[in-house]
Design a protein around this ligand. Structure first.
Ligand SMILES: *Cc1c(COP(=O)(O)O)cnc(C)c1O
Length: 422
């Protein structure tokens, strides 16, 4: 299942890609550690991606649908009430959660689905853990008229039933994965197995800035729309930005948000991982801010939470989207280099941040994004009053109703569920 594999490594020297934004390696991280059979579709995908990024028509279509379907640009909001009570720097929020389907995931789903259509593929497969990526993919496939199959662990299906309803409403087929631990990692393996025999007409739409090359570059490119808009919005508002703060699961919202700012010395770039319930094994998902070790999992080299034998450890976070044992290779590299600083927020801090922003600003953060919100609240008092801290609200919290309601008023919520079930 989640075993390390070093077979069939595609040498960098054989790659055609010259443009410096398309790295297959980030320092020593990244690469393409896959079985022989997957080399063909990955080579084809890389070529198609590079061509598409130089094709004006493709970029125009992506831009048009981003505006008219996704709802871009998403606003940059001044959290003036929270800033006043926290004291110090001004907190601004990039409201990515206002994008169609409720999170940043749709930026990547739209880009890759358009690329698949350009390549003449009629069918899309995807993996999903909590279901957010599956929902975005299913929605985009409905819009573009592509057949869609989503692999989801049986355990995750049980935990995240509402998202299964949405995917099916969009017309996707949700396939329960019964192997291994019946969760995300098994769903990835199942999707890869499908792709190995179906790539002639099928595109594998991977959900975060990780996996074998070219996925980390491709997902970052489609998500960098967040950072490009943010840069324009802070310039327009004349803000002096002290720091950008984003939560990090696989790393797609963070790398897309940070990307246009990477080559400048300022602002500070802060990635926030899930501190979960504490420091013990299986209690958190802190790779960079915890004990991530070098490994090769799911086709790429990066930092993972592994035991002494190199087996992937279980993880925990109150937010389903940060509950992942690995981090995208570019973020791992930028963390090592010191351009990005990693820290963590725990379950309780994230929950508290959801409440603070809801009560004082009238916006409900997704539990993932609330990890970044929590860190901004801690940083603000130490930041000069004429500087801005910009938080990426990667998603809105509607999807977390079932977790939040139980935490806020368990008795009332249980009573409601009992009545509904009658
Ligand atoms: C999936 C998800 C994340 C984590 O994924 P990244 O690839 O790290 O961005 C964060 N926030 C929300 C709202 C999500 O749905």
């Amino acid at each position: 299942m989640y075993k390390q594999s070093t077979t069939s490594f595609n040498e960098k020297s054989t790659r055609r890609c010259t443009a410096d934004i398309y790295n297959d390696f980030f320092g020593s991280f990244g690469g393409r550690y896959v079985a022989e059979v997957l080399r063909t579709p990955l080579d084809e995908l890389e070529r198609a991606f590079i061509e598409a990024m130089e094709d004006e028509d493709f970029l125009k279509t992506y831009d048009y649908l981003s505006r008219t379907y996704t709802g871009r640009p998403t606003p940059l909001m001044f959290a003036e009430n929270v800033s006043r009570t926290a004291g110090g720097g001004k907190i601004f929020i990039k409201l990515e959660g206002l994008a169609n389907t409720g999170a940043h995931k749709i930026n990547n789903a739209l880009g890759q689905a358009l690329l698949a259509r350009r390549m003449g593929k009629e069918r899309i497969i995807a993996e999903t853990g909590a279901g957010q990526h599956g929902v975005a993919t299913a929605a985009v496939c409905a819009k573009l008229g592509l057949e869609c199959r989503v692999y989801m662990g049986e355990v995750d299906i049980r935990r995240q039933r509402p998202n299964v309803f949405w995917m099916e409403l969009y017309g996707a087929e949700v396939v329960p994965v019964k192997s291994g631990s019946k969760t995300l990692k098994d769903a990835v393996n199942e999707a890869l197995r499908d792709w190995a025999s179906s790539f002639a007409h099928t595109h594998y739409l991977l959900g975060s800035a990780l996996g074998p090359s070219p996925y980390p570059d491709m997902v970052r490119e489609f998500q960098s729309v967040i950072g490009k808009e943010t840069r324009e919005q802070v310039e327009e508002a004349g803000l002096e930005v002290e720091a950008l703060v984003a939560c990090v699961g696989g790393g797609s919202n963070a790398v897309g948000f940070f990307y246009p700012f990477l080559h400048a010395a300022v602002p500070k770039l802060i990635g926030v991982e899930a501190g979960g319930r504490g420091e013990g094994r299986g209690m958190h998902a802190s790779r960079m801010s915890g004990e991530g070790r070098e490994g090769i999992v799911h086709g790429y080299k990066s930092l993972f939470l592994l035991d002494e034998d190199g087996q992937v450890l279980p993880t925990h976070s109150i937010s389903a989207g940060l509950d992942y044992p690995g981090i995208g290779p570019q973020l791992a590299h930028l963390g090592r280099e010191g351009r990005i600083t990693f820290t963590k927020a725990d379950d309780a801090e994230a929950l508290e941040a959801v409440k603070v922003f809801a009560k004082q600003e009238g916006v409900v953060f997704a539990l993932e994004s609330a990890h970044a919100g929590a860190v901004a609240l801690k940083m603000a008092p130490h930041c000069p009053g004429d500087r801005a801290i910009v938080v990426n609200m990667s998603g809105r919290g509607d999807k977390d109703l079932f977790i939040m309601a139980g935490e806020l008023d368990k008795t009332a919520w249980k009573e409601f569920l009992r009545k509904e079930a009658e």
